[in-house]
Every structure is written in C-alpha cells, then in structure tokens.
Design a protein around this ligand. Structure first.
Ligand code: EPU
Length: 432
C-alpha cells in the first residue's frame, strides 16, 4: 500500500495531524455521511487470508488502522490497493507467510485476529503477543483456549504466540464472556476445521454478523449470526468475494452525542438505528429526539441534556466505545449521573483530561459519578486512545475558549476526515 493521504490510508498519515482545536459550538446543522465500520473492516481484511484470489471490499473507511492492517497483509505476501474512493482490493496469493510481526501488532492490537484464519489455512501461525494498553490489561486467553479446543498446540517464544495444528477439528466452545475478538478468531478458525463447531456465549455485535455474512459469501457454512450461538460446519476451501461493509455505529454515535452537547439538527446518512437501540434510548432519556429516516438517522437537540445513569455491556447493551462520548456529554448535562464500566477496567483515563477542562467527575473502581455543569473550560488535553481523543474534542464543543487536543493521530486511527465532517456541520474546529 502506498502512503498517500486521500489515495492511501497510511502510517504516515498518523503523523500528519497532531492537534485538533475546538471552540464552543452550536447548533450543528446539516448532513454527515457515516463511513464503513472500522471494527468490521479490520476483521474482514484478516478473513481474506482464508482464501486465495482477489477480494474487494466496498464502503471501506480511509483510516490509519486500515492502513496498518493493509501493511500486515502485505508483510505476509498479499497485495492491497485502493481501487475506488472507499473500495479496497486485496489479492491473496496461494501462499502467505503466516506471521504477524511485533512492529505491527504493537500499533494495532486487532492484528491478533489473523491468528485463527492463518492457523486454519496454513496449519501454523506466529503472531506477536499484544501488550496492555490505555484500557489496562488486554489478555487473549479466551482466543487461545478456543483455538486449543479446536486442536491447536499453542507455545510462546520470544514474545510471540506460536500456534500449530495439522487440521483443526470442530468442537463445542463455551466462552466465559462474549469477547468480540475471541469470537472472531474462533469463528475464522472453525470455518476451515473438520466437522461442526458450536460457539456458545458468542459476542453478538453487528460487526460479527457482518463477518459471518462475509464468510458465508466465501463459501463458509455459519448460522446464528447476531445470536449468542454460532454453528459452523467446516468446509475444505473458501473462495474470494466482494462485500460491502456495514456503517460504523461508533462514528454515528460520535455525531449523535455531538449534537446533544452542541444542540442542532443533523442527519447521519447511511447510519443504522437498529445497531444502536440502547444508545438511542439513553439519548432520548437525556432529552434528545432521534429517529430512523429513509437516509439514515435523524437527530435533534434543542436544550441542555439531562443526567442519566449508564452501564456498558456486551451488545445489545450499551457499547463501551460510546461511553467516553456519553461521559463528555454528562459533564455538561443537568444533574448527577452514575456511569459504570463493565468491559474494560481501565477505560477511564480520559476522565483526568475532562477534569482539566473543569468537569466534576469522581471515580471509584469501575464507577464514575458526574455532576453536570452548564459549561466547561477549554484547556490543553491529550488523546490517550481513539475514543478518548474524541471525548475531549466533544467536550470542547461546550467549553469556553479553546480546547487543544494533542496526540490527535489517535483519532485518525478510527475516523476519516473527523474535523472536516464537523466543519461541514458548521462546527468551529481545526487541525494544526
Ligand atoms: N478479554 C479477556 N480475555 C480474552 C479476550 C478478552 O479477558 O481473551 C476481556 C477483555 O480484557 C475485556 C473484555 O474481555 O475486558 C472484552 O474484550 P473483547 O475481546 O470483547 O474486546 P476486543 O475484541 O479486544 C473489540 C473492539 C473494541 C471494543 C471491544 C468491546 C475491535 C478492533 N475492537 O475489542 O473497540 O471496545 O470489542 O466491544 O473490534 C475501539 O474501536 O476503539 C475499540 C477499542
């Protein structure tokens, strides 16, 4: 993949935008196009390793993480190129080097999802062990246990996971928690295993249902997409396909919450309300009006938001990825809110940044108590990860003066044209 902004997502792109500057804003007005889902495309790209040939993905967002996954596939021997504004072609040769080096895994933990498909297709895979991150520890024990129950032998050496299996065999896998990544790894391994696999307590996220659609189009036999039991009848071979990604519900949530904070009326083109039921209910409780429209989702906010209690849960519960945006909104809502994080123990780090902006938040274990105020105070803050960076930028929409978000390259990992899209809605936002 060549490294050119607008034509190629790239690692260099991450260096280009260092700071996002936000001033008080509102109302936001107009339409914004929601791109394809980051957390779907990364897995579909991994799934292309399962079959030789030319795969074409449509509605692919031009974000840095797609660039990193492209680099990983190329490091294994695939060819990855943009063939349209949001169309990505991946040419998988008959042979790949089934290895994910540390330099790439370290940049993007999601690379771990190549483990299952590589093992299933080549009988071996070597993938760097991802470390922890700003969310706290990020173990992969469930991924490995699932692959072991399909017959893999797993060893660790020099910071790498080394998995081997002559041919995987279908099994019943029961997850102790519906992990998104572990479900995806087990699923992508099981499609080429011998016999029938049943995955119980599988994650039900829409991105997993998208992966199942993709795999079935490749010739896999998977049923139960979107439910907590996936049944997979293994097949001997898969073939290359074309596929259009589902919209990014987290990008859609970003703009919804932004309207809640700044006020206004916006249509989220291409967004799917049926992927965001609980968020829509919560934002309704906070005083927003949201409804599906023929174009996507229509969103309106006319007055200060009201406080509400929230807790994150696996899908269809409220996604942990929405939480930083909601916390930002609750800092300027009327009343006291209690927020409980049930997925990632450490996912509260951006709260210190919000406190620097004058937010009244107290944390205790995995809970946060937020006392809303009418307005925050713009400050220099840091993006610790994608969603944390977005949360402080959203808070800046209702903060006096200027909010300067540094390390904003994190935002570009998951958002295409973040600032430009906000500007198109009339927001006073810049990048430097
Ligand atoms: N977990 C384990 N062992 C495992 C796997 C997970 O203990 O083997 C724990 C995790 O530590 C965490 C919980 O299970 O406490 C849930 O983790 P999960 O595996 O579901 O998350 P993930 O696959 O690592 C994906 C998304 C995240 C999103 C989570 C939860 C991608 C690339 N990432 O991560 O998205 O927050 O699911 O929905 O799909 C983001 O987009 O910014 C992002 C972080």
């Amino acid at each position: 993949m060549q490294m050119k902004r607008k034509t190629q997502p790239s690692s260099e792109h991450t260096e280009q935008v260092e700071r996002v500057i936000v001033r008080p804003n509102g109302p936001l007005e107009g339409e914004v196009a929601i791109g394809g889902a980051k957390n779907s495309v990364l897995k579909l790209m991994a799934a292309t390793t399962l079959a030789e040939g030319r795969h074409v993905l449509h509605n692919v967002p031009r974000i840095s993480d797609v660039g990193w996954m492209g680099e990983l596939l190329e490091a294994m021997g695939a060819r990855v190129e943009w063939v349209g504004p949001h169309d990505l072609a991946i040419e998988t040769p008959e042979d790949l080097v089934p290895e994910a080096p540390y330099e790439l895994v370290e940049k993007m933990r999601a690379s771990i999802v190549v483990l299952g498909p590589l093992l299933a297709r080549f009988g071996r895979a070597r993938v760097a062990l991802p470390g922890g991150d700003d969310f706290g520890p990020r173990p992969v024990d469930m991924h490995l246990r699932a692959l072991e129950s399909l017959g893999a032998t797993i060893d660790f050496a020099h910071g790498y996971i080394e998995a081997r299996a002559r041919r995987l065999r279908g099994q019943r896998i029961v997850f102790e928690f519906p992990s998104v990544g572990a479900t995806e790894n087990a699923l992508m391994a099981a499609v080429l295993a011998e016999g029938r696999t049943e995955i119980d307590n599988a994650a039900r996220e829409p991105e997993i249902a998208d992966l199942v659609r993709f795999l079935n189009r490749m010739g896999a036999q998977v049923s139960g997409a979107g439910s907590s039991t996936l049944v997979i009848e293994g097949v001997d071979r898969l073939h290359s396909v074309e596929h259009t990604l589902i919209p990014d519900r987290i990008e859609a949530a970003t703009f919804m919450v932004a309207v809640g904070i700044a006020g206004g009326e916006v249509t989220l083109q291409g967004a799917r309300a049926d992927h965001m039921d609980i968020l829509i209910q919560k934002l309704g409780d906070m005083g927003m009006r949201i409804s599906p429209s023929s174009e996507g989702i229509w969103v309106m906010a006319t007055k200060q938001l009201k406080s509400v209690d929230i807790q994150t849960l696996p899908f269809p519960g409220l996604a942990t990825d929405y939480k930083p945006f909601l916390v930002a909104a609750l800092t300027v809502a009327d009343g006291v809110s209690i927020v409980t994080e049930n997925i990632f123990s450490g996912r509260f780090r951006y709260i210190d940044e919000l406190v620097r902006m004058g937010a009244d938040i107290r944390t205790e274990s995995h809970h946060a108590v937020i006392r809303g105020r009418p307005m925050l105070s713009g400050a220099q803050v840091r993006a610790h990860d994608i969603r944390a960076g977005v949360a402080v930028a959203l808070a800046g929409l209702k903060a006096e003066g200027e909010t300067v978000v540094s390390d904003a390259f994190h935002i570009d990992r998951g958002y295409e044209d973040f600032v430009e899209k906000f500007k198109s809605l009339g927001a006073d936002m810049d990048r430097k």
